[in-house]
Design a protein around this ligand. Structure first.
Ligand code: PEP
Ligand code: MG
Length: 766
């Protein structure tokens, strides 16, 4: 029990003291007390010197902190980290790796236990406890200390980064994280410095920094003086060059993102071809302004007009105009446009639009660092679809990194390192090799089974057609969630029925023979369509005109979408799903319209059939009457992302309350179990398609309450398969039951803390 309590205390502590020196001191005190050890020490691995440095101790001479340094493999502690296994030694001096360090007063404490602290394949440090020889440690102690080390890994990784010898002024750095963006101007990022942020799309990347500041380039172009000798011929050839560049870019994107490619640069090309625009520029050149100035002057009148507009659709055009102007002026004066980042580079930008992200991905950039605010979730989802690591660092100094400086992005820890050392780069390359190997091994496995042979279907969440290749390559059993809103979001008007038909047809063709669930439009909340305005700005868009509410309020748009889905589904068994259903009446209404569309199409001679019709379970109001939904719907899919935010009233996109967004809240757990039980009773097909479906800490719970279908973003397919292969059904059921018995967050943490580390070890690839 003592051990259990210890683990739980760490859960609380790491939140409180993350990264600070006080955390390490508290940690050693707590471990020593709970394990009844005379000595407890934490060593942290310093990548630069490739040494383990004693960073906190209780029981050894305090002045040895920072002074005692061991090479990898040196001493029992170094041997534990090098071998990545615990070392339990009755008499320390008898161990072959024992190293006597004079002046630290450890001679009396010969009973020794050291465990490595690792995260993935990264070596973070080691934890050691010592006692007098009469009371040696046993296997249980070793197990408990490993659990602690595993819990501490993340917090210690942060501590290590903050305390890194090369690190600059720590307090400034910590402040940098909290300080509003404006306040940080004037300070520059230093070589070796690490920035901590929020991961929007996981993954790692290393490459030369490329600053993408369209706004900044525009401003500097607008301020400059230009040679008036640039004339009509320069302007005309720049227009042609810009058109060629945009068309080439469009063609590149087309390959990867055929559903949205043609829509991205349409506005840009229209501006270039607009006779009013070119006519005014030419008139300016005739007056003797010089081509660059003439372009900028005409642009500024357009910009003023657009910026003053009430309509967000027109306002959005400001960005398009600026983008075109930057390209055009750049071509006139022979300076390449800002967006042309090199493949493999890490782009640092103040802000991005979804279309920018698509463009950067098409250009083959390795990763993106964003400097402004929270990642709206559709931008993160898009980045995940594009398998483009994206970290948000709220520190303006990120923008001062010199172009070409090597940046290392670690999406797992939300860290960006400027000019990392060779050791860090080597570790990055090693990690990437492990992941690639894992990916190569997992596809081709027909059914995913738990340890005891229970089959679990793993489907893919698809946002863009580009996800489909990855999903098939990684062996998804079908598509559990197609988020149909993405082609709507990236363009500048509603797609027609025919345009939607083209997208859905491609999607179904690429997944032929496998189950595909198409979700109807889930716009609203943070998924805003810039071209749709109904004059009223919503104070609470997440509680507003979202999803199925929008569709039922705009039946023409809804019918067009459903018709396109049904037409694409001719000859295939498709499933149509409604998002955000909050009352049975809504579900029945949506279903009636869908079945009307089937009849209508049949009258038109289209051989479509009634699809399976289901709904997302993501609004808490459906929970008390879930039986009625389970009886009516052909299938249910739990949208845990929204379900959690609505159930515990925590905005999923607000980073101020991110720490309160806890999927393991007892109310969430019991709600999930309620839905699973009801679906089982009615024989209704059930899946989970929110983020919980790919999170290692919750998958056992989901399996334990009876969920047999998970739908995850393709990025996570191999990992989830590997995770499931390590789950024992009976154990998962027992764990779920225990979790469901808890009424406080702390109780659940305690249950999970104990199981979590063991599960991770099992699931970790060899
Ligand atoms: C969810 O809410 O869990 C979900 C899968 O839908 P989305 O993330 O698109 O809102
Ligand atoms: Mg949702």
């Amino acid at each position: 029990m003592d051990h259990l309590r210890l683990i739980c205390d760490f859960g609380e502590m790491s939140g409180l003291f993350m990264g600070s020196r006080a955390f390490l001191d508290k940690a050693v005190q707590m471990v020593a007390r709970r394990m009844r050890a005379a000595v407890c020490s934490i060593y942290i691995y310093d990548e630069e010197s490739e040494q383990l440095v004693l960073r906190a101790t209780i029981g050894l001479e305090p002045s040895s902190v920072g002074r005692v340094r061991l090479a990898m493999g040196e001493g029992i502690v170094g041997a534990a980290l090098e071998g990545r296994r615990p070392i339990l030694q009755r008499v320390a001096s008898e161990h072959p790796s024992f190293k006597s360090v004079p002046g630290i007063e450890e001679e009396r404490y010969e009973a020794f236990l050291a465990v490595p602290i690792t995260r993935g394949i990264a070596s973070i440090g080691a934890l050691a406890v010592q006692r007098e020889v009469a009371t040696p440690f046993d296997e249980d102690d070793a197990l408990a200390l490993r659990a602690v080390a595993s819990q501490l890994a993340n917090a210690l990784e942060n501590a290590r980064l903050l305390m890194d010898a090369k690190g600059a002024d720590k307090s400034a750095r910590r402040e940098g994280q909290r300080r509003p963006l404006r306040g940080a101007r004037g300070q520059r990022a230093r070589a070796g410095e690490r920035f901590f942020g929020q991961t929007a799309a996981e993954g790692q990347a290393a490459g030369p920094a490329a600053l993408f500041d369209r706004e900044g380039v525009y401003e500097s172009f607008a301020r400059r003086t230009y040679d008036r000798a640039y004339g009509r011929a320069d302007f005309e050839s720049a227009v042609l060059a810009t058109e060629r560049q945009l068309e080439a870019l469009q063609a590149k994107v087309e390959d990867k993102l055929s559903d949205v490619a043609s829509l991205i640069f349409t506005a840009h090309l229209l501006i270039l071809k607009d006779p009013e625009f070119t006519g005014r520029v030419l008139a300016g050149i005739e007056r003797g302004d010089g081509a660059p100035r003439a372009v900028l002057q005409v642009a500024s009148t357009y910009l003023q007009r657009f910026a003053a507009s009430e309509s967000p659709y027109v306002k959005d055009k400001v960005q398009d105009v600026k983008d075109v102007v930057v390209r055009l002026v750049g071509n006139i004066i022979g300076q390449s446009p800002a967006i042309d980042s090199q493949p493999g580079s890490v782009v640092v930008a103040r802000e991005l639009y979804p279309s920018d992200l698509l463009e950067l991905s098409a250009l083959g950039v390795a990763g993106v660092v964003l400097v402004t605010g929270g990642a709206s979730s559709h931008l993160s989802i898009l980045a995940r679809s594009l398998v483009l690591p994206l970290i948000i660092v709220r520190d303006e100094r990120m923008l001062t990194v010199a172009e070409g400086t090597t940046l290392l992005l670690d999406g797992g820890g939300g860290v960006v390192q400027v000019n990392p050392g060779e050791t860090a780069l080597r570790s990055f390359r090693d990690q990437r090799a492990v992941l690639e190997d894992l990916e190569r091994r997992v596809p081709g496995q027909p059914v995913t089974r738990t340890l005891d042979g229970t089959g679990i279907r793993i489907l893919a969440n698809v946002n863009l057609l580009s996800d489909v290749d990855l999903a098939t390559h990684r062996g998804a059993d079908g598509i559990g969630l197609y988020r149909s809103e993405f082609p709507f979001i990236v363009r500048s008007d509603f797609p027609t029925e025919e345009e939607q038909l083209a997208v859905y047809t491609q999607l179904l063709a690429r997944f032929s023979g496998r189950e595909v669930t198409l979700r109807t439009l889930d716009m609203g909340g943070d998924k805003v369509l810039s071209y749709f305005t109904d004059d009223t700005r919503e104070a609470n868009p997440f509680l507003g005109m979202r999803s199925i509410r929008f569709s039922l309020r705009n039946p023409d748009i809804f019918r067009q979408q459903v018709r396109a889905m049904l037409r694409a589904g001719v000859g295939r068994a498709i499933r149509i799903m409604f998002p955000m259903v909050s009352a049975l009446d809504e579900f029945l209404h949506g279903r009636r319209i869908t079945l009307d569309c089937v009849e209508e199409l049949q009258r038109e001679g289209v051989a479509c059939e009634a699809p399976a019709i289901g709904m997302m379970v993501e609004v808490p109001s459906v929970l008390p009457i879930i039986d009625a939904f389970a009886a009516e719907a052909d299938f249910l899919s739990i949208g845990s992302n929204d379900l959690i935010q609505y159930l515990i009233a925590v905005d999923r996109t607000n980073d101020k309350v991110a720490d309160l967004y806890r999927p393991y809240h007892p109310a969430v757990l019991r709600s999930l179990s309620l839905v699973a039980a009801s679906a089982a009773e009615h024989g209704t097909d059930l899946s989970v398609c929110g983020d919980m479906a790919h999170q290692a800490e919750y998958v056992p719970f989901l399996i334990g309450i009876g969920v047999r279908t998970l739908s995850v973003e393709p990025l996570y397919l191999p990992r989830v398969r590997a995770l499931i292969a390590g789950i024992d059904l009976q154990e998962a059921e027992a764990e779920a039951e225990e979790m469901l018995g808890c009424t406080t967050l702390t109780d659940v943490e305690e249950v999970m803390g104990e199981r979590l580390w063991a599960r991770r070890e099992e699931a970790e690839p060899a």
